[in-house]
Design a binder for this molecule. Sequence first.
Ligand SMILES: [Zn+2]
Length: 465
Amino acid sequence: MTTTPIIGLEVHIELKTKSKMFCGCDAQHFHAEPNTHTCPVCLGLPGALPVPNKTACEWCIKLGLALGCTINEETFFERKNYFYPDLAKSYQITQLQKPFSINGHLKVDEFDIRINRAHQEEDTGKSVHVNGETLLDFNRSGVPLVEIVSEPDIPSPEIAKKYLLKIQQIVRYLGISDADIEKGSMRCEPTINLNIDGKFTPMAEIKNVASLTGVMTAIQYEIDRQTQQFEIDHIEKNSTNKTTRGWDADKQQTFLQREKEGSADYRYFPEPDIPPIIFTKEQIEEIRQTLPEMPDVKFAKYKALNLSDYDANLLSEDAGFSAIFDRIVNNNDPTYAKFVANLLIGPLKTIEITLEKINPTHFKTLYDNKDKLSSSAIKQLILDAYNSGDDPLELAQKNNLLQVSDTGAIETLAKEVIAANPKAVADYQKNPLSIGFLIGQLMKASKGSANPQLSKEILEKLLSL
Ligand SMILES: [Zn+2]
């Protein structure tokens, strides 16, 4: 028996525009006093007229471009009709027939996941359940939402997680959303069915998955559940049934919510209060010009600098972090790139650094003097220089961290150490590995300033005479 999971993902991204999708209300609803960011439009009062948010539309196009989509120059909004207490109008304004962005793709490992669409819509209000009662908060009602729908090209829960992380990274690079899964500004609904020896199990869409781990566990649960159900049912022909299932994070299982509606059940029709939206080729091109260098391009650039996959990954992970690296490394010297990468991924990763405060000269100074400084001193100096703004070389002098590479000075000290430690010298003649003790004595005599490598060489030379 061969089982192939067929997984698609619908991802909702809340855009971080200043105002909502169709009214002027403040779109920032997290932790706001309930029902304070509302007006007749987002409360769905009769006669209130929606006006589309231009920035939100541009950002939807921008995301589409970043996902390699084709952009529809002329689009329109539609009403999706259904009743739910947190949907005051009894319809959601969305796009069905003509989304802004269609036919994109996203590379995840060796898989090229096709993207069906990225369309613009509005969020609903929130039902809050307290002490057996349900309260309604409409602060979120009308917040701009982009829905990204993948084709069912995702082969496993692990690739689903990586796909989500990649979408999150792209959205954050574009600066159009926090895409915070815990806060709900990024939400995901997997659809899953199985191809078992050419027969298809009924497709299930899973709701209420609120974490990345949850997505993986829920998908795996559903794969197992459908496999078992298939063995019981012995489906003889391909099933076209669709169901909606909820994810219960406490019980770690999905449960049947309803037999799935088809789009016909929502009675979609064009939104009569909003005229068609037109973006010219030139306007779309202008939006394309605002696209930053994307993570994959950054990664390739860092690999070309001879950095390891590990380094290139960490550096390109976050747009802010890679901007800092790019500012410091403005040449093509792989040795310098590795030197800077080690400092950024090492000591500087432990504190919050900003592009404004970073001083590229500090890195260059330390790099130019790296032979006179121990690696632990370099790590400490870059932190101190970042925090104080002082020149790292001055800090090194002040703290006596500069190593003496003056052969004459070290030789004098080495002779003294050899004269003062006859037993260690005798040990060395029997076992050359014991030279560590003499190096230690020399370092101590120089108050830590002697270059250890040079000290070792000089001691060896003197002891072999
Ligand atoms: Zn409003």
